[in-house]
Design a protein around this ligand. Sequence first.
Ligand SMILES: Nc1ncnc2c1ncn2[C@@H]1O[C@H](COP(=O)(O)OP(=O)(O)O)[C@@H](O)[C@H]1O
Ligand SMILES: [Mg+2]
Length: 215
Amino acid sequence: MLTKAEALAHSVIYRKNSRFDKVKEKSEELTLIGKGRSAYVFALTEGDRKMALKVFFPEYQATAVKEAAIYEKLAGSAFYPDIYETGDSYILMEYIKGETFYNCLKKGIAISDDMIQQVEGALSDARAAGLNPSDIHLRNLILTETGAVRVIDVARFDQTKTCTQWDDLKAAYHALYKKPIFPKKIPGFWLEMIAFLYKKDWFQKHFAQRKRKYS
Ligand SMILES: Nc1ncnc2c1ncn2[C@@H]1O[C@H](COP(=O)(O)OP(=O)(O)O)[C@@H](O)[C@H]1O
Ligand SMILES: [Mg+2]
């Protein structure tokens, strides 16, 4: 017999060739709450418990199984969501109410030293569990109403390659964000632009060139 989560996950049918709205069909019990590169995430309420169902796109089914195994290794750390059930194409987990760091920047919610420290704590828990925390970016970090920071999207924590994203973000936090003149509320357009240039290695090239010029 199918579990309820499994039936709900299977109720989601994705469109193949759409970048922005991939949901073709889904159960009415599911409300879309987040879009990622490998999956969309839906809220689902049972009694008074609200949960998050991450339903992977067909081409990312292998990631569902891989991410579930990684979450299992992180079960001892409070920085990561509790996992209730996993399956071939889905993960049913604790719903984390809050704002991603990305939305914090967009809405002007202050990012603090304490939040940075909490991310460090989460990454150190992952390392202690034998993992290599990777793909740490603004949309995978959530600030809750009580000021706690939670980390989601751990599928790449088993890679061996070094990922510098978090170190780069931290450097930007200290060198730019903390400067009084730096704007604390940044329009989405600029955040997208910065993310795009970062992906294209623009900052590294630009600053490497400048360094060369002065050396
Ligand atoms: N447990 C959760 N609670 C609340 N929101 C979540 C949860 N998991 C994911 N989300 C939302 O869904 C988005 C996409 O999920 P994510 O796991 O990052 O997918 P992907 O692996 O495809 O990047 C996140 O950026 C976040 O906004
Ligand atoms: Mg993500």
